[in-house]
Design a protein around this ligand. Sequence first.
Ligand code: ADP
Ligand code: MG
Length: 721
Amino acid sequence: MSTINVRRKTLVTVAADPNSSAVTFTSKTADLSSIYGNHCFNEAVQHQRLPEKVFESLQETIRSSKQLDPGIAETVAKVMLDWAIEHGATHFTHWFQPMTGSTAEKHDCFVMPVNGGKSIARFSGSELIRGEPDASSFPSGGIRATFEARGYTAWDPSSPAFILRHKNGSTLVIPTIFVSWTGEALDMRTPLLRSMAALEKHALKVLKLFDNKKSTRVFSTVGAEQEYFLIDRRLAALRPDLLVTGRTLFGAKPPKGQELEDNYFGSIPERVIGFMTELEYELVLLGIPVRTRHNEVAPAQFELAPFFEPANLASDHQMLIMQLLRTIATRHGFHCLLHEKPFAGINGSGKHNNWSMMTDDGENLLEPGDTPHENAQFLFFATAVLRAVHLHGDLLRMGVSGASNDHRLGANEAPPAIMSIFLGGALEEVFQQLAQGAATSSKKLSPIEIGVSSLPPISRHSADRNRTSPFAFTGNKFEFRAVGASQNIARSTTILNMIVAESLDYMAEKLEQALKTGKEFNIAVHEIVSDTIRKHNAVIYNGNCYTEDWKAEAKKRALPNLVTTVDCLPLINAEESIKLYEKYNVFSKSEADSRHEIYSENYIKTISIEASSAIEVAGTMILPAALNYKTTLIKAATTALQKGLLNELDASIDALIGQLKTLKEAITKIPEGEVINAAEYCCYKILPTMQLLRETVDKLEELVDDELWPLPTYTELLFSR
Ligand code: ADP
Ligand code: MG
C-alpha cells in the first residue's frame, strides 16, 4: 500500500538539514558587558538624560517605593520618548501580568495628528503613569462585573521601562501593576509588591533589635532557574496535542530515554547553542543578567539561570525570559516547551526559586557570617524560615499548584507535594544542637552558644546536596524546587515573603518581650531560636523525599500531603489563609475569593481542553491509522499467529472506540455550579479516563505499521536535533 506519510517525509527533511528553518545569528560583540542593559531605561540612562533634580526625585520614588510625582512625569516621559525613538520604537505599551499566567500588552503609536495634516511624536506624563485597558476580558474572578469593566495599569518605577524588539521594529514597554478602580489587585505583581513590603517591615524590625543602624531597606531576592525543552518545529507541527496543550497526550515509551544519564551537562547541540547565543544576546540588552546554560537530565531538555535580583525585578525578568525563549526558539526552527511534564516517563521541567533576603547595604540575611553576632542574626532569620515552612507548608504547596505541575510534583523525579526542608550537613548539626539545648551529644562540635560561639563553616556546595527535597538550604539562600517551569514566580514568592514575614513578626515580638523583662540579648535570642527549632524541626527531612517511606513518615509528623491541585484550591480562600493575607496586607478577602475562582476555572478549563484534544487526536488520527493497518493485516494474515496479531489489533481498536465514547460523554457532564465540584470531577473522572485512552493509543503505536503512524514518536521528538 502506498501512502504519503507526512511524518516520515518531515523526518527525512529534518535529518537532512537540521538547520534548514533556522536563522543564522551573528552576535555583534563578544563583550556582552558592553551591551548590558542597552535596551533598558535604567539608572545609568536616567542619570545621563534626565535633569539632575528630576533624576533625584525619580530615584527617591524608586528607593521609597512611592508613586511617581506627577510634577516630574512630563519630563520623564519626554526623555523616555526621545530615548525610545532613538532605539527604533514606534509604539509604547503598558505591560502587566494579569491572572492569565502570561503577560499582557496593548500598543499605542507615538504618532499624534496635529493641525495642517501633520503629526508629531507624543508620549505624555499621564500616559506614562496610568493606562486604562479594557479590563473586561481578563480574568477577575468576579471582582469586577463586566458592565463596569474598569481597571487601570500604573507604572511601577522600581521596574525600569525597556525596549522590546521584533523583526520589523521596536516597542517601548512600561512595566505596570493592574488593579480595579476600587484598588483590588487583578494581577500577579501587586500582591508580590505588597508581600515584599510586609517582609521588609518585619525584617527591619528584627534588624533593629540586632542593633543594625546601617540598613534602611530589605528586599526579598530571587534567582529562578528555568528548565525547558526544545523540539523541532516541523515535528511539533505534526502533534496537535503538543501545540494545543503544551504536552504530549500520547506517546509510547521510547527504547532510550534518560536511563544512560548521558544528557546532563552534555555537550550542547550546535543548533541549540546557536539559539542560546541569540537568546542571551537579547536578554543582556534588556539588562537581564543571564549566567548559566546547560543540558538538563532529559533528552532535548535545557536550563537557563540568571543572577538573582530583587524579587519584583526577578519576576518581571522571568516573564520576559519565558517570552523570549518562545519567540527566539521559533527563529531557530524550535518549538520551546515550558510545560511541567511535556513527556511521560522522563523528567519534567521545574523552575527552582532561589530565595533570600537582602538589605540595601548588601547584606544577605541568610549568609552565615564571620562573627558570633552575625551568626546569631543569621540563625534567627534561618529559623524564621524553618518555622514558616512548617506552619504554612500547605500554602507554599498551594502556591505552586496547577493542572500542569500536578503531573510533575510527586512523579518520582520532582520534589513531592509534601513540603519539607533540607538543611545540609553542617547547618543540620547546628540546628540539632540548638534544639537539644547546650547539652550536646555531638562529637565534632562544642555546644553552640548563640552570640558567643561561631558556627562551623557551612559549605555552599556541600557534597550532600539533596535533589529530592522541595525546599533546601543551599549555603546562603533557600531553593524552592517545587515551582513549575511554566509558572509565574511571583505567586510562590508572594507566599514565601508573606509566611516568612509572619514568622519574623512573631519571633521579633517574642524577642522584644524577653528584652523588656530584662533578659540579656544573647540569652533571649538563644532561647527563642532553640525553642522555635524544637517546635518546628518536624519539617526537617534529609532522606530521600521520593520514597513511600517518607510519605508514611510525613504523615506521622502531621505534614500535609496535598497531592493534587484539587486539594490545594480550598486553601486559596480558606478562613485561616484570609486571616494571614489580611494581617500582612497581601490579599483582601474579595481578592482571595476571586483568585480561588480564577485558579479553579483555570484548572477545569485546562483539563477540558486536554480531553478535547485527546478526543480529536485519537478519533481522527489514531483510529483511522489503526483501521487502515487492519485492512492490510486482514489481507496478509494466513497463519494462526498472524491472525492472533489481528485479534490483538482488533481488541485495541475496540477499546479505543469505547474509551473515546466514554471520554466524550464525560466532558459533557462536567458539573455546573460550585467550581470545586467541577474541579474534582476533572481530577477524579476526566484525567483517569484520558489515561486509559492513552494506554490504548500507546499500545497501538507498538502494533500499527510505522509507515501509517501519523504522530511523531517520542524518539523522533526527543532525538532529532
Ligand atoms: P546552584 O543551584 O548550582 O547552587 P547557584 O548557587 O550559583 O547554583 O545559584 C543558583 C541560583 O541562585 C542563581 O540564579 C543565583 O543567582 C541564585 N542565588 C544566588 N544567591 C542568591 C541569593 N542571595 N538570593 C536569591 N538567589 C540567589
Ligand atoms: Mg540550583
